[in-house]
Structure formats: structure tokens, C-alpha cells
Design a binder for this molecule. Structure first.
Ligand SMILES: [Zn+2]
Ligand SMILES: [Zn+2]
Ligand SMILES: [Zn+2]
Length: 160
């Protein structure tokens, strides 16, 4: 007695959708907000006014453009989309702050996030110097206003 089962399963295999937007790393909401605070600025180079030009090739593989500047030792290294030399540098040296010569964004490897170089004061010299090197003029917004008060704290030893 063979019971004839008549329900034909309508196979809907077309439901598989490759979400190719996942390739865009780290942009789940379309806009990655840059941090305005970072705890790793102590490793910044003390002199970020004198930095290599944006067309400096990667110091290891000679990749010609869109490299990163290490803001700790001013090494110029290629991105993770090329030969990952900046990423290697972070993993080997623990230099966690880098500026992109591609779009002048600043990345903190320890925060795993972009930093707002116009808000975070210690990053501004590097950002604005890189901007001038890249475009030939200072950035239109967030221009440097020469600080009236000198940063150095007068280290007078008033013997208390
Ligand atoms: Zn950080
Ligand atoms: Zn490289
Ligand atoms: Zn470095």
C-alpha cells in the first residue's frame, strides 16, 4: 500500500545571497566614526612636523603609493591591502598609530579604530603637515591657530 505523497517541495535555493558589502571592512553602518580619544598617544613621535612626503615608497617592498606613516618612528609602510608591512610593523614593534597617506586618516591599531586627528591635539601636527605635503596648502577646516599659550609648563622649582 504505497501512499502517494504529493507535496512537491518547492526548492527555493535562490535564497542564498552573497553579501558582497562585507568586503568593505569595518563599515557595518556605512560610516565609521572616528574616536576623539585614544589612550595610546604616548608613543607618538615628538617631532611630527618633519615627516616623509606622501609619495615615499614602502620602506620594505617599495610599494609606491597609498602607504602609511608610522606616527611613532616615521617609518613609511604599505597597507594591509598590499603587503601588510604597516600591520607587520605594529605586530613586531607595537607602534600602534599610523597615518594614511591615501586619505590622511589616522588609525590606532590598539583601539582598532580611526582617530579624529582634528580633535585629538597631539595628532594635528602630523595631520596638517601631511595635508600640506599632499595638497600644497593647509586644510580648509580646522586650521592651525597659533597657540598663544606655550605648551611647555614652566618647570620652576619653587622650593616648597
Ligand atoms: Zn588608541
Ligand atoms: Zn610594503
Ligand atoms: Zn614605527
Amino acid at each position: 500500500m504505497a501512499q502517494h505523497h504529493c507535496s512537491s517541495p518547492s526548492s527555493s535555493l535562490a535564497m542564498i545571497s552573497e553579501d558582497e558589502e562585507l568586503i568593505l571592512d569595518g563599515s557595518e553602518s556605512g560610516w565609521v566614526e572616528a574616536l576623539t580619544h585614544c589612550d595610546h598617544l604616548s608613543s607618538l613621535s615628538p617631532d611630527l612636523i618633519h615627516i616623509p612626503t606622501p609619495d615615499t615608497p614602502c620602506n620594505r617592498c617599495e610599494h609606491p603609493d597609498e602607504n602609511w606613516l608610522c606616527l611613532c618612528c616615521k617609518d613609511v609602510l604599505c597597507s594591509r591591502f598590499v603587503n601588510k608591512h604597516m600591520l607587520d610593523h605594529y605586530q613586531n614593534e607595537h607602534h600602534n598609530l599610523a597615518l594614511s597617506y591615501s586619505d590622511l586618516s589616522v588609525w590606532c591599531f590598539s583601539c582598532n579604530a580611526y582617530l579624529d586627528a582634528q580633535v585629538i591635539q597631539p595628532l594635528r601636527p602630523a595631520y596638517e603637515t601631511a595635508y600640506i605635503l599632499k595638497f600644497g596648502s593647509p586644510p580648509p577646516s580646522g586650521t592651525i591657530e597659533h597657540a598663544q599659550n606655550v605648551d611647555k609648563e614652566a618647570n620652576t622649582s619653587s622650593g616648597i
